[in-house]
Structure formats: C-alpha cells, structure tokens
Design a protein around this ligand. Structure first.
Ligand SMILES: Cc1ncc(COP(=O)(O)O)c(C=O)c1O
Length: 324
C-alpha cells in the first residue's frame, strides 16, 4: 500500500467501529459511508462528469476485481480522467473499504470525479484535478431474489438508447437520462425492468444490466450499444464451458420478442431470468431452463469464491497483507 494511503487507513483504524456497515474513501481520506459527500460545485455533480465501476463481494470474496479495475481504467481513459491513484492503489483502497465496513456481501462502487478548475485557471474540464471515490455498502439486488425466482416481468421501452456515436456505452458513464426514462416506463406499466433498443430497433441493454435471449437453443447477446459487462463476460465463458451455444451479435427487438427465454446480467444481481416480456408470457410464466441453470451454477460458484480475491477482515491489517 502506498504510504499516503496507508497513513489515511491507519487514521481510519483509530475509529474503526464507526465504519462498520459502510465505508468510503474520497480523495485521500477514509470516512464512514454516511459522511461521504461531494461538493455541490463539482462538475461530477453539475454535469454528470464522472465515470465509475461497480464490483461486488460475496461471502468475503471480491469477484473479478482486477477485471473491474481494468474496465474502470478504460472508462477513465475514454472520458479523459487522470486521477493520482494507480490501479494497484484502487485495488488496495477497495480491499480497505470492505475490510473497514466488515461487510461479507458488499456493493463496492468506484467513481472518478472531474472536480473543478484549479484556482486561477479557465473554467474548463481540462483544468480540473480529478479524484477517486470508492465505497462499500451492503450488497443490493437490482431485481430482488424472489422476483428472479418467479421470473422478472420486463418491457421493451419506447425510449431508445442514446446513440453510441454520442456516448460510448462500452464504458461506464452517468448519462442515464434514457435509462431512467425507461425505468419510469417499466414502473408505469407495473414491470420489474426495461430493455432499450437503439434507433434502428436492435437490442442494447437495460438500466444496469446486459440482455440475453435464448433463440433455438443459442444464447444470444448484443455485440454493440451496451456496456461490456463483467457478468456478461462471465455468462459467455460459462456457456462456452458448459457447451451451450452462444453468439455475440446484433439482434433485433423482433427476435427478442420471439425468444424462448430472456435473461439479464449484472453485478448487482447476477443472472436474472425473465418470465414475461411486454404482453408475452415466456415458456410457462417461469424462468426458463437455460437461464435457471446458468443462474444456479453462477451462485454455487460464487459461494465457493469463484474468480475470487479474499478480503482480509482482520483489523488492523498487518503491513503488506492488505493486497490479499
Ligand atoms: C448500463 C449497464 N449495462 C450493463 C451493466 C452490467 O455490467 P456488470 O455485469 O459489469 O455489472 C451495468 C452495470 O451496472 C450497467 O450500468
């Protein structure tokens, strides 16, 4: 751990009980989650000028943390953020906030914020000092486990996804206007979630998840217009390993409407089967066999620490052990 971060961590350890249940790091300092805040004038807030990633900890193990940090770095590079923390620092900080929180199942957010123009410089994002925020809070489900078991009821939103030539959806961003509209559409129609098509009618993704269809026994996921989800990648790899045909390609809303099964994937929920799409009942109004099998294997493996990096919850952490 870098000396400045180790020093900040040592400071936090003096009052470690205050961090239990939720811990954050912002720009060089650790604090209880309830005290984590950003200034109202920050472009991160005023212009949604922030990028982020979300990883998870399940039964004390981070899932694919380095893949999340790699994608976080790609997002930062795409949106031209240059924080002072290295990838190794972010890894140390992520482990530290979870250890402080003592949470065995956690949602771990990492944000990079634009900041404000440095004193005396013109008000332009190029003149801002960017900084990192990382936090751990209890794991939360995008779609509740009981809804996943009965199968989510989904709609295809009337709102199209913002064109990828305007906002690159392969990296994370806070341009959630279209996704939020779609969430309201789902809410108004009594559904659990929404799927957005692009302006040409091809499937993209939903608010916080990738979208899969099972078409004649093949699992299909879009090759464009969507975040390159870490859970999406895990689903593709799992299908390849299990001998389930999988195709990463353009697919249309019409194909989705005719699919045998539909399911979603995300860090905050895993593999989430659907039972209804618009007015159509899929299968027997229950999660389909392919999605159910993938979901079951996914969670069995997660319980066993699959792709895992164990968190050391012993505080204070002896020097050199924080990296797990
Ligand atoms: C828009 C969007 N698509 C897809 C995903 C799924 O990505 P991951 O599996 O990496 O969580 C997310 C994750 O939060 C997301 O925000």
């Amino acid at each position: 751990m870098k000396p400045e971060i180790a020093e900040a961590f040592a400071e936090a350890l003096k009052e470690k009980d205050r961090f239990v249940g939720g811990a954050a790091y912002i720009d060089g300092r650790f604090m209880p989650l309830a005290e984590a805040a950003i200034p109202i004038g920050d472009w991160a807030y005023r212009r949604s000028d922030v990028t982020y990633d979300v990883a998870s900890v399940w039964k004390g193990n981070f899932f694919r943390l380095d893949d999340h940090i790699d994608r976080f770095r790609r997002s930062m590079t795409t949106w031209r953020f240059t924080p002072q923390e290295s990838d190794g620092d972010i890894r140390d900080i992520a482990l530290a906030v979870v250890a402080l929180s003592q949470l065995r199942d956690a949602y771990v957010g990492m944000d990079c914020l634009r900041g404000k123009a440095k004193l005396g410089l013109p008000s332009h994002p190029a003149n801002a000092r960017n900084y990192i925020a990382v936090f751990a809070r209890p794991f939360g489900w995008l779609i509740a486990p009981e809804v996943q078991l009965r199968g989510a009821h989904l709609i295809i939103a009337a709102t199209p996804r913002i064109p990828d030539s305007s906002v690159d959806p392969r990296v994370k961003n806070f341009h959630w206007g279209d996704l939020t509209q779609a969430l309201f559409e789902a809410h108004d129609r009594g559904a659990d979630g929404a799927i957005l098509l692009d302006h040409q009618g091809f499937v993209t993704e939903g608010p916080g998840y990738n979208v899969f269809a099972v078409l004649d026994g093949t699992v299909v996921v879009s090759d464009h217009g969507a975040l390159e989800g870490i859970t999406r990648r895990t689903v593709i790899e799992l299908c390849q390993e299990l001998g389930i045909p999988v195709a990463v390609r353009l697919f249309s809303g019409d194909e989705l409407r005719e699919a045998d099964e539909v399911f979603l994937s995300t860090t905050a929920g895993g593999i989430m089967p659907a039972a209804r799409l618009d007015d159509r009942i899929l299968g027997n109004d229950r999660p389909g066999p392919v999605a159910s099998r993938l979901r079951e294997i996914f969670w069995l493996r997660r319980e066993a620490g699959w792709h895992g990096l164990p968190v050391n919850y012993q505080l204070p952490v002896p020097a050199g052990v924080v990296r797990g």
